[in-house]
Design a protein around this ligand. Sequence first.
Ligand code: ACO
Length: 381
Amino acid sequence: MTAPSTTTFPAKGLEGVVATQSAISYVDGEAGRLIYRGYDIDDLARHSTFEETAYLLMIGRLPTRSELKEFAAQLKAAQRLDKVTLRVIKDAPPGSRPMNVLRTATSATVYTDPDKGDNSPEAELRKSIRLLAKVPTIIATFHRLRSGQRPLTPRKSLSLAANFLYLLTGEVPEQEVARAFDVALILHADHELNASTFTARVIAATLMDVHGAVTGAMAALAGPLHGGANMEVMKMLLEIDQPERAERWILERLAAKQKIMGFGHRVYRTEDPRARHLRKMSEEMGKKLGQPKWYEISRKIEEVVMREKGLYCNVDFYSASLYYVMGIPVDLYTPIFAMSRVAGWCAHILEQHSDNRLIRPRAEYTGPLGLAYVPLNRRGR
Ligand code: ACO
C-alpha cells in the first residue's frame, strides 16, 4: 500500500522553490548581480563600510551620518564579552573546532543579555546589534586562548574589521589591509535564502529569539557545502603548493568525480559578483604582503575548472587566499564568514518576525503503510 498523493515533491534540495518574500537581498543568478536593499554590491564594495552595510541590511536603509555614528557607538559598547561567555570559550577542550566554539559561545551570550526574554522588535534589534559586536570578539578570544596568548580588549577607535584583526594578532592592521577585510565582510553579509539564512528564518518563525535563530544558522553555515568551503579551498591550495602542479591535481580530482571546493553555485549561472572583488583583492594583497603564489595557484585552478567543467568559482574561492596572506588561521575562515553573515541573518530574523507565519512544509511520504506490528519477543535476536 502506498500513501495517497497529497503533496507534489518539487525538486531535491528545494531547487527553484520560492519559499518566502523578502526585501533584503536580491540575487540575479543569470546576470551575476547581488543587491542589498536596492544597492548593487559593486557600489557597496567600492563606497560603503561593513558597519554601514550592516545598518542597511538590519534597519532597511542607509544611515545618516549621525545614525551611523550612533550605530557604531552601540557596536563598540557591546564588543566586550561577559564572564559567562568567556568561561564557555575557556572551557572548550583543546583542539575544539572553532565553529563549534563560536556557535556555543554565541548561544551563551543570551544568559546575560539585558533584553533576554523580550522579543519586541526594538529588543530584537538591540540583541542583533550586540551579537554583531560580540561575534568577532568571541572568535579572536578563542584563538588567543587556544594559542596560549592573552585575549585583548577591543579598541574603540577601530572599525569592526580593523578591531577584529587587532584582537586576533595584537597589531593594528595597515589601512589597506583593514579595508580589504572590511570589503570581504561587506561581500559576505547577506545572500538571499541560502541554507543558513533559511535555517535562521525557520527557527525565527517558531517565534524563537535572535540568539536561537543565529545559533542554528551558524550550525548550518559550518558544513563544507556552505560556509565550510573556504577552509577546504585553502587546504587544497596548500596541498597543491605550486602553480605548475595545479592542472594535474585538478584533473585527477575531476577524473575521480570529486567536487572542487569553491566552485559551483545553486543560483549563479555566471560569475558570482562577490568572487570578482575577492579575486582582485587576493591578487593585490598577495603582492603587497609578499605571497603572490596562492593567487597564482587559484588562477590556474579557475582556468582548469572552467575549461573542464564550465563552472565558475564562488565567494569561498578567493576569500581563502585573501585571508591566508593576511595571516588569518585557516580554521577561522568560516567563523569570519559567520561574523559578517550575522548582519544578514539578523535582518532576515527581524523581517520574519515582522510578518510571521510558522514555516512548516510537507514531505512526500515514500515509506510503507499498513505494516502489522510484531511484538519484540517474536522478532528474533
Ligand atoms: N566541482 C565539480 N563538479 C561540480 C561542482 C564542483 N565544485 N559543483 C557542482 N558540480 C557538478 C556536480 O557534480 C553536478 O554534476 P552532474 O550533474 O554531472 O552530477 C552538477 O555540477 C550540479 O551540481 P550539484 O551539486 O547538484 O549542484 P547544487 O546546486 O546542488 O550544489 C553547490 C551547489 C553545493 C555549491 C555545489 O556546486 C558544490 O558542492 N560546490 C563545492 C562546495 C562549495 O564551494 N560550496 C560553497 C558554495 S557558496 C556558499 O555556500 C557560500
